[in-house]
Design a protein around this ligand. Sequence first.
Ligand SMILES: C[S@@+](CC[C@H](N)C(=O)[O-])C[C@H]1O[C@@H](n2cnc3c(N)ncnc32)[C@H](O)[C@@H]1O
Length: 214
Amino acid sequence: MDDVRRSRNAYSASADRYLALVGSTLSDQIETAADLELLARFVGIAKAAGGRVLDAGCGTGRVARLLADHGLEAVGVDVAEGMVEIARREHPDLRFAVGELAQLPFASTRFIATVYWYSIITTPPALLATVFAELVRTLGENGIALVAFQSGDGSGIERPNAFGTEVDLTLFRHNVQFVAASLEQSGLHLVDVIEREPEGAHEYTTQAFITARS
Ligand SMILES: C[S@@+](CC[C@H](N)C(=O)[O-])C[C@H]1O[C@@H](n2cnc3c(N)ncnc32)[C@H](O)[C@@H]1O
């Protein structure tokens, strides 16, 4: 089974558990104040630009909810049907699609802003260039992207029976410089690269946040 199919199966099968543990909205139980500030800045830039915003790897639709609550036209996409089903149920006023980061089911230049909130965790480093090429294809001129991820040396951690499912997953702690370079190589300009120490009880590694513009 390839990485994408494994992600789809594991996250679909564990979607109810994700909802119970993480919820369907952002919260200060999961996000730090600094994380929420970064998202608020992203929202401000997207609002000023005007246009549709993509929550890529949306899970239960937590970030899409935040974007929509600030008046943005938010769309979510996720490879796991189980996640999309929950997102649609929890946020019936928003639009969610099933699709892959490396092959987004959207027309070119459709979005003014795209956020990947911890959704590249199962994407191998070698596939990031393909994912970011799709980001660039679907992002309009003067668009903005925010990529949040668990960071480290770029290696994968094996998770047999991930999240209580029967699927074995590899979770990547991407190297910050590597992700930043991949974004630049895809044609984006870096705005800032932030890395912070783990703070929450659910965090075991450094967390990285990269903002870039088209
Ligand atoms: C850790 S969860 C984060 C979900 C959501 N962004 C949040 O913050 O609650 C990772 C999500 O990325 C999705 N995902 C992983 N690989 C993907 C891929 N290749 N294409 C689309 N979605 C993917 C998973 O299905 C899962 O919903």
